[in-house]
Design a protein around this ligand. Structure first.
Ligand SMILES: [Zn+2]
Ligand SMILES: [Zn+2]
Length: 160
């Protein structure tokens, strides 16, 4: 989803589009550390944009589902993905080379790649560790039993 900067004005413009789950999963596969999570279907993106001079304001939400494997008990589960975002994109040509501010996002004066911004935000919604619940008990180090389903018969010192 690309939006031409010249098509934007001070009047808020609403856009809705979908980012494909399989394309997102290729990004997940190429980023280290997320073997236990993938997008379960497509992500719906709703955004509002307006332009004030060279500044483009973009905000919106992402919604979809993630399929995960718990890093403690190894059970599969899925969870909703919901994330809001808000960007101010300034015209890069207004900032001479070397004077760019690290804290700002830029557009090239031609177009805004909203799809790319949405994909970045979708990846940021992944957890550093997928847990089926914050108090997941994990697996017994002795017998491998899932301790969320109840205590096993091992001596207590075998448990993680
Ligand atoms: Zn778990
Ligand atoms: Zn055990």
């Amino acid at each position: 989803m690309k939006i031409r900067v010249s098509d934007l004005s001070e009047e808020v413009r609403q856009v809705e589009f979908v980012e494909r789950g399989d394309a997102l999963n290729e990004l997940v596969a190429s980023s280290a550390g997320y073997d236990d999570q993938r997008f379960d279907g497509d992500i719906a993106v709703r955004a509002e944009l307006y332009r004030y001079g060279g500044d483009v304001h973009a905000s919106g939400t992402l919604a979809g589902r993630l399929a995960c494997t718990c890093c403690r008990c190894l059970e599969d589960f899925d969870r909703p993905l919901e994330r809001g975002f808000k960007f101010l994109l300034v015209d890069a040509s207004a900032y001479p080379e070397g004077e760019a501010d690290e804290g700002l996002d830029y557009h090239d004066g031609e177009e805004i790649d909203l799809g790319s911004l949405a994909r970045e935000q979708a990846l940021l919604a992944l957890e550093s560790m997928a847990l089926c619940s914050p108090d997941c008990q994990g697996l017994c180090a002795g017998c491998g039993a899932n301790l969320n389903e109840g205590p096993c018969s091992c001596p207590i010192h075998n448990r993680l």
